[in-house]
Design a protein around this ligand. Sequence first.
Ligand code: HEM
Length: 211
Amino acid sequence: MAVTGGILVLYLVAHMAGNLKIFLGASDYDQYAAWLRTIGEPALPHRWLLTGIEIVLTASVIGHMWSAVSLARTAHLARPVKYAARKKSHASGYAVHTMRYGGIVIAVFIVWHLLDLTVGAVNPAGGGATPYAKVVADFTPSRWYITLFYVVAVVLVGVHLRHGIRSAAQTLGLLNGRNATGYNLLAAVVSTLLVIGFLAVPISVTVGWVK
Ligand code: HEM
C-alpha cells in the first residue's frame, strides 16, 4: 500500500503543479500538454514516456486497491469476532470506513475524469478540443454542479492522502513517540496544499477568472 500510494502521491503533486499552468493562459497550458506527449523525442517514439507513466499509474491504482482488499481480508481472518470494548476501535473504524468508501468514490471519480478531460466523451467541448478548451467548457458557470462534484472528489482525495501519509509512516517504521505530531502536521499540510492547488482551477473557471 505504501509503495503504490507513494507513486500515486508523486503523480498527484506533479499533476496539480502542471494544472496550475492554466493561469499562464491557453497557449502555455496547451503547449505543456503537448510537451507531455513529446518528452524524450527523438530518442523515444512519440508519446512513449506518457504511455509509460499511464501504465505505471494504472498498475499502481490496481495494486493499491488489491493491497487494500487483501489487508482487510487478513485483518478479518486475524480477528473474525469484533472487539467487545469499542473505545479504541471507534477511531480506527472511522478511518477504515473513510478510506474504504472514500477510495471507492475516488476510483469512480477517476473514471469520470478520464472520460471528461482525457477522452472528452462527457465534455461539452468534445474529444477533439484542446486541453484548455476542455477545462474551460467543463467548469463554465452554468455547470457549477460539475465543479461541486470535483470539489467533493478532491476533498476526499485530500482526506485519503492525509490518513495515507500517516499510515505509510507507521508501516515504514518511521513513527516513534516523539515525532507523531510532526508527521500528523506534515500529512495535514501536504494534503491541504494539494487540495487548494487542485481546486484553484475548477473554481477559477466557474467564477470567471479563467475564460
Ligand atoms: C481538480 C482539478 C483537476 C483538473 C483541472 C485536472 C485536469 C486534467 C486534464 C486537463 C487532464 C488531461 C491532460 C491531457 O490530456 O494532457 C487530466 C488527466 C488526468 N487526471 Fe486530472 N485534473 C484534476 C484533478 C485530478 C485528480 C484529483 C486526479 C486523481 C485522483 C486526477 C487524475 C488524472 C489522471 C489519472 C489523468 C490521465 C493522465 C494521462 O493519461 O495522461 N486529476 N487531468
